[in-house]
Design a protein around this ligand. Sequence first.
Ligand code: SIN
Length: 290
Amino acid sequence: MSAVIELATTQTGAFSSAAPEGYRTISVTPESPRLGAVIGDIDLTRPVSADQEAELKRALTEYQVIFFRDQRISHEDHLRLASIWGEPGLHVGGKTNSKVTDDPRVRIFHADENSKQVSGDVWHTDQSCAPIPPMGSILYIHTVPPHGGGDTLFASMYAAYEGLSERMKRYLEGLTACHDAYDVFGPGTPKADHPVIARHPESGRKLIYVNRGFTKRINEVPEEESRGVLEFLYDHCSLPEFTMRFRWEPHSIAFWDNRCVHHHATFDYWPNVRSGFRIQIDGTEPPRPA
Ligand code: SIN
């Protein structure tokens, strides 16, 4: 085992997700030691109670990505769920793979025999090129490939940060990086500088805030050094011990906190159909420096 992996394994052991204690109005079943929980005892086709809203918010903060099974939601239900956290927002990209429905806040995530690529098949944070990136995204998949495939991978940027050596943490703190999605989303797409190490506004935990999809350069160091450090961080952030894999079933939902989680769509099911809808929730502030 390499020194890097040994270090990460040892250091991250202490940072497993908490046991789901104290939830009264929903059930919470952790999916991995680092992130992810399935939420049960809830019907998202109806307005949920204030107590359930509070526990859902708590679960997202604790588990970073939450899942629901067997929820046949309409666009209205989907928007109502998103609105518990904030304003459903619009994609900042000029051109995108996903297309809008009649309501531009609800995007179609559909792949079939005519698809050459899909959205998000690289580790990324949604639209980190925006000065204020989306707070989270809620993906509802109603149709899954018949023989599996199309899983979404998630990685905890808290666990990735906690798995860095103390020397590396000190080196990275205070640096900023440029996030630019021009080559993915084309003209009209914003770009922004964000801290390399950020602090989550609700949990107060530190996290790595660079991603392979959109981060182009660490601003304060020479180009060569930036390239090497970013490659190290991208490899580090996707180490298996910081990640989990969500296997979709028809009418499942994944809701990730875009401020502390990377995700990666797996396009291994062509020419079969995978289909659903995604809503993103506006952020309220730029990533905070740690
Ligand atoms: C994305 O939002 O990046 C796509 C995720 C997926 O389709 O699994």
